[in-house]
Design a protein around this ligand. Structure first.
Ligand code: MGD
Ligand code: MGD
Ligand code: SF4
Ligand code: MO
Length: 701
């Protein structure tokens, strides 16, 4: 291992909301400047590879538009008119306004609202300590993971799976509903190693020909929201052709006979009608799965962002149980590793202060919540004060029209702590400048692999930027709520105490090691001795309402969810008025809206566009580059047509998330997405929208 301290190269971890959580090597030029970022070659998952946007990080951290001073709004909301003020004045205003709101409506009127702009525990989760100390409204986090996690948990009972490095030892890697080349490049490192070293095949299930599907030996291009049908037909073939592992099913699953009977009618021909994939292609795929013991299912998030997303995840996760692939190294399934870490984050989150009677508000329903929808407010007071860190809801949250109306309310006080003047920060009354990950200390866990990583402070922040931890502590003091020890400890002290309380050693040890590989052994990871239920049996037929997901209640039409895997027809289907299904998949050069501020990313993404099949475009009289209006009852957006035969007819793809302002009229892509909760535990169906598409009226000259 190179002695990084003797050089200008220092170890860190990527803080962004990406399953890869890469181990980084950062070139530090001096106290104020960094050079190139690289992937750590000696981290067995990162394996020296990181994405281009983070390799160019100097462009983001040294960006001239970074916020460097606290600001107070001087013009109308959203005008962008601010004046610099001192930190003391800024924090005094925020504390005063929060106390005033609390006097009027009680503490639940204040809603601390955060997400995963940084994945570091101290800087991301510390806001909960202030929330609990003050009994501010709870935050039910739903925007990203809930349909995926609940769907995976429904079968295995535990959010963990086969070691993702085992993809390199697989003979068939099935990359399902993730555009890994764009969104978590390291999956490709291991999958392609398997192809090079063992002649493995790669199958990709997606709804357009992504850069990942371009790499596939078996591209499986299906209609959006139909993964459950594909999974059923694959399992039908496995049972029909004697390729099901009946011994494994007998010892490891709840009701294989029931599943087999249920699948009798769910033939490839049945699935062809639903998925659009020819029955012969389904047969070929199923046979390959059934005859390749080492088949690794790498299940992503993308295919769960539909109203039936949890059901589809569960259905896909049943295949390696039916085929018995779990038995083999290089086989089984992996979605995320949340369950392997056994953290005790009491100090960071102030969990000991939490009052369970305080209402929980749904992150994804921020639009209805700010508009005063009584159901969304869970019967409590209106939200009149927001403290926002690590997220940009004005652009990323669904049902944007309502979100924007909510933020425009004059009786709403908003404080945004940010690195840039995002579209959310523009709506704030007070804006506070935030540090970036190389300017503060934090601790990270990898979702898409098995590492615990340290990201130490390596450079000084520009101007007056402060870390989230510093801001939360300073506000707690002003609000008379800083008795909890977590407010008075440094970030490093919190990291050390959290590692020790969780059984992961000390900060000193982690600092020396840079990252810890905490992969469970094979039998644990592969559920050899049983899945994580009292009877050890994988649930082919889950009881959805009792899936062990930490949610305040169930959401959506839970009672109508199918027991066995199925095509659950609750997606927002095309109709005469809305003939297209719109998917708003991630753009390669952005990370949600992060990196939309850097020229290196923006120039490569060019402009907000809509991929359409050339025949659909021709039928609508739309040519390459034309301005098109994309609309449904929630809103309308102008995009530029990109003709592409890698999308199906009737499907449209808008790679996201561009700033709203990058679109004509300032209406962003989430004007088209819905905030209705996905069953069974909430979430937003970002890829499940019906829309109409038409050539836009010419611009007034
Ligand atoms: N470059 C880049 N990287 C990112 C992000 C980003 O915005 N840009 N976002 C980060 C975040 S927050 C997350 S959660 C992860 C998510 O990473 P992934 O697990 O990769 O999931 P998504 O990126 O949401 O979606 C990936 C793919 O799902 C496909 N998809 C959509 N609907 C369906 C469907 O019904 N069936 C199937 N089979 N496929 C479907 C989309 O076409 C897309 O290609 O990525 C992270 N990494
Ligand atoms: N249409 C559509 N919408 C989507 C999605 C989609 O696929 N399609 N994906 C959804 C998904 S999966 C997700 S996870 C959400 C994500 O949405 P967000 O969580 O809002 O992600 P970002 O847009 O990257 O915004 C993160 C912000 O945090 C800030 N930040 C980073 N680090 C720090 C820090 O240390 N301190 C402070 N104070 N701020 C910091 C960054 O500058 C950035 O502005 O978007 C969702 N929205
Ligand atoms: S691939 Fe993901 S974790 Fe790795 S550097 Fe890029 S954004 Fe960060
Ligand atoms: Mo996400």
């Amino acid at each position: 291992m190179p002695d990084v301290s003797a050089t200008r190269i220092h170890a860190s971890a990527c803080p962004h909301d990406c399953p890869s959580t890469c181990a980084l090597e950062v070139e530090v030029v001096d106290r104020n400047r960094i050079g190139r970022l690289r992937g750590a070659a000696d981290n067995s998952y990162t394996a020296g590879v990181i994405c281009a946007k983070v390799a160019r990080y100097a462009e983001r951290i040294h960006h001239p538009d970074r916020l460097t001073r606290p600001l107070r709004r001087t013009g109308p909301k959203g005008s962008g008119q601010f004046e610099p003020i001192s930190w003391d004045d800024a924090l005094d205003i925020v504390a005063e306004r929060f106390l005033e709101a609390e006097r009027r409506y009680g503490p639940e009127t204040v809603w601390p609202y955060q997400y995963a702009g940084t994945m570091g525990f101290v800087q991301r989760d510390g806001i909960n300590r202030l929330r609990h100390a003050k009994r501010y409204s709870g935050f039910f986090s739903t925007i990203c993971t809930n349909p995926a996690w609940s769907g995976f948990l429904a079968g295995t009972g535990r959010l963990a799976g086969a070691d993702p490095r085992e993809m390199a030892k697989s003979d068939l890697v099935v990359i399902w509903g993730t555009n890994a080349v764009s969104t978590q490049v390291n999956v490709m490192t291991h999958a392609i190693r398997a192809r090079k070293e063992r002649g493995a095949r790669i199958a990709v299930v997606d709804v357009y020909r992504t850069p990942t599907m371009e790499q596939a030996d078996l591209p499986l291009l299906i209609r959006p929201g139909t993964d459950g049908a594909l999974a059923c037909a694959v399992m039908h073939v496995l049972f029909r052709d004697g390729l099901a592992d009946r011994a494994y099913l007998a010892s490891h699953a709840d009701d294989p006979a029931g599943l087999e009977a249920h699948l009798a009618e769910r033939t490839p021909a049945w699935a062809e009608v639903i998925t659009g994939l020819p029955a012969a292609a389904i047969e070929d795929f199923a046979r390959l799965v059934g005859t390749t013991p080492r088949t690794f299912f790498r299940l992503g998030y993308g295919f769960t962002r539909s109203r039936n997303g949890a059901v589809n995840m569960h259905a896909a996760s049943c295949i390696p149980v039916v085929s018995g692939a779990w038995r083999h190294e290089g086989g089984g399934a992996f979605h995320t590793n949340g369950a392997i870490y056994h953290w005790n984050k009491t100090l960071i989150e102030g969990a000991d202060l939490r009052d369970p009677s305080v209402r929980m508000l749904d992150q994804s329903r921020i639009g209805p919540i700010l508009e005063g929808d009584a159901d969304a407010l869970a019967g409590g007071p209106p939200v009149t004060a927001l403290l926002i860190q690590n997220t940009n809801p004005v652009t990323v949250a669904p049902d944007q029209t309502r979100v924007r109306r909510g933020f425009a309310r004059d009786d709403l006080f908003v404080c945004v702590h940010e690195q840039f003047l995002t579209e959310t920060a523009r709506m704030a009354d007070v804006v506070l400048p935030a540090t970036m990950f190389l300017e503060h200390d934090d601790l990270y866990q990898a979702g898409g692999n098995q590492h615990i990583l340290l990201g130490p402070k390596l450079v000084d922040p520009p101007g007056e930027c402060r870390s989230n931890h510093a801001v939360i502590g300073a506000l707690a003091a002003r609000l008379g709520a800083d008795q909890h020890p977590g407010f008075r400890m440094t970030a490093r002290e919190l990291i050390d105490a959290t590692l020790q309380a969780s059984g992961w050693g000390t900060l000193e040890a982690l600092e020396a090691a840079r990252f810890l590989d905490v992969q469970p052994d094979f039998d644990t990871a592969h559920y050899t001795d049983g899945f994580a239920w009292p009877d050890g049996r994988f649930r082919l037929k889950p009881d959805w309402a009792s899936v062990p997901y930490p949610a305040p209640s169930t959401f959506g039409p839970v009672a109508a969810m199918p027991g066995f895997p199925d095509h659950w027809a609750v997606t927002e289907e095309a109709d005469a008025e809305h003939p297209f299904r719109l998917v708003t998949a991630p753009a390669r050069q952005f990370l949600n809206t992060s990196f939309t501020e850097t020229a290196g990313s923006r120039n490569r993404e060019k402009r907000p566009s809509l991929m359409l099949h050339p025949d659909d475009a021709a039928a609508l009289g739309i040519a390459e580059g034309d301005r098109v209006e994309v609309a449904n009852r929630r809103g309308a957006v102008i995009l530029h047509a990109r003709l592409f035969d890698g999308v199906r007819r009737g499907v449209a793809i808008a790679e996201s998330i561009w700033p709203n302002a990058a679109h004509e009229g300032g209406r962003g892509i989430n004007s088209l997405t819905g905030a209705d909760a996905v069953a069974p535990f909430g979430g937003a169906a970002f890829h499940d929208n019906h829309v109409r598409v038409a050539k836009a009226a010419p611009l007034p000259s």
